[in-house]
Each structure stands twice: as C-alpha cells, then as structure tokens.
Design a protein around this ligand. Structure first.
Ligand SMILES: Nc1nc2c(ncn2[C@@H]2O[C@H](COP(=O)(O)OP(=O)(O)OP(=O)(O)O)[C@@H](O)[C@H]2O)c(=O)[nH]1
Ligand SMILES: [Zn+2]
Length: 222
C-alpha cells in the first residue's frame, strides 16, 4: 500500500483559531488510499438506499464520488495543495486600494456537504509587496475547496492575505447561496448570505464604504 506520511501543522499562514478542525493524523493516508476507503463506504451508503450496484450506470459511482471528494471538491484540505503565491516588490509605489471582484466561490457546507456557490470580493492596500492578481483567485479557490462555514472561509482568506502581503489592510466580502438552505430544510430559494471581514485601514468607515461602493455592482446571479 502506497502510504505517504504528511505532517499537518495547520495552515501555516493563518492563526490556529481559524484553522479547519482536523484530526491529528488527517494526512497519514495517501490520496489513493482515501479514495479506496471512501469508495467502499459510499457503496455501502448506496446499497443501504436500495440502489443496485450491478447496474452499469451506478457501478462506477462510489469511485467517482470518492475521487471527486479527495481530488476535486476537498482538495483544499491538503496543505500541500495551497497555491504558491508569488509577490512582487511594489516598485511603482501604488498605495491606493486594489480590488479583485467577482471571484467565483465553489464551496461546500460542512453541516450537510451541499454546495455553497457565490462570489468573493477582495481588496487590499499594498505596502512593500503586491501580489499577482490570479493568486488572489487561487487562494479563494483553495480555501473554498473544503467543507466550510462561510464565516471561517472569509477569515481564512483574510488572514492568509494579511500574512502574505505583510499588511493588515485587507478586506474580504463573500456573497453566497447555501444549497442546504435553498434545496432542503426551509427551501428558501431567494435568500443568500453575506460575510465581511477586514483589518487595518478598512476599520475606517469611509474606506470600507469606498470598497463597498466599488463592489456594489456585484452581478451575481448564483
Ligand atoms: N453560521 C453558518 N451556518 C451555516 C452555514 N452553512 C449552513 N449553516 C447552518 O447550519 C445549521 C445546522 O443546523 P442543524 O439544526 O444542526 O441542522 P438542520 O436540522 O439540518 O437545520 P435546518 O437547515 O434548519 O433544517 C443550519 O441552520 C444551516 O443553515 C454557514 O456557512 N454558516
Ligand atoms: Zn448546510
């Protein structure tokens, strides 16, 4: 069996209080073994539901679901998958706000394992470092691909960017729809959830309002 030992030390870039809660040995099992184990358990769930696993359309589903969990939906649980964030010296001396808007959010609710879909908007005021634009989107994607609650997702993105950019002057807004609210339970199709977290200069109402004015045309259709 191909086992690789990976020491999980939490998200090196964020404080432990906003780490995703994981059991200590979460990364002692290789991806391949995780897929094999989840495949087994998911086929038991399907059988329990009365589904015929000899049917050619259903036969591959336990493997498909297992691979999707480990490699696609929850790849962000593995700290080795954190994107490499290249930063550059702020040679041009840009000192105003930079806003990366309408970043796609594809996440999953940790209470029901149902999708959370929406958009994130990230603003920051550079000090000595600027970041490659796409890296902000990549970081949002990484933290989204875990079982999440929206509040923690917002904080994880904020803390990581504050650490990476060496400035507290960061703001993160997420607008998202939770399928656990819209497609089951209360089945409210119209509501969505907004979270915002910020630090440094964004504690000032006027700067925060400037940011909120810039993002107000969020053309989110969910
Ligand atoms: N704060 C927060 N709550 C969330 C998030 N995603 C889902 N939830 C909520 O988690 C709660 C779980 O509540 P429970 O009462 O344990 O579960 P439930 O019986 O399925 O709840 P209902 O959805 O009301 O049927 C629900 O109210 C969800 O709406 C999130 O990102 N943040
Ligand atoms: Zn949920």
């Amino acid at each position: 069996m191909n086992r690789e030992k990976i020491e999980y030390e939490g998200d090196a870039h964020i404080s432990s209080s906003v780490d995703t809660p994981l059991v200590k040995n979460a990364f002692e099992t290789s991806d391949n073994d995780k897929i094999k184990n989840i495949q087994h358990h998911f086929s038991e769930i399907m059988k329990e539901l009365g589904l015929d696993l000899t049917d050619d359309s259903l036969r591959g589903t336990p493997y498909r679901v297992a691979k999707m969990y480990v490699k696609e939906l929850f790849y962000g649980l593995n700290p080795h998958n954190r994107p490499k964030i290249s930063t550059f010296e702020n040679k041009y001396g840009y000192q105003k706000m930079l806003v990366e808007q309408n970043i796609n959010i594809d996440s999953a609710c940790e209470h029901h394992f149902l999708p959370i879909v929406g958009t994130a908007h990230v603003g920051y005021i550079p000090k000595d470092k600027v970041v490659g634009l796409s890296k902000i989107n990549r970081l949002v994607d990484y933290y989204s691909h875990r079982p999440q609650v929206q509040e923690r997702l917002c904080l994880q993105i904020l803390k990581d960017l504050q650490q990476t950019l060496e400035t507290k002057d960061v703001i993160v807004v997420i607008n998202a729809k939770h399928l656990c609210v819209s497609s089951r339970g209360i089945k409210d199709k119209s509501s969505f959830t907004t979270t915002l977290e910020y630090g440094g200069q964004f504690k000032e109402v006027s700067l925060r309002n400037e940011f909120l004015e810039i993002i107000k045309n969020d053309n989110n259709t969910f």
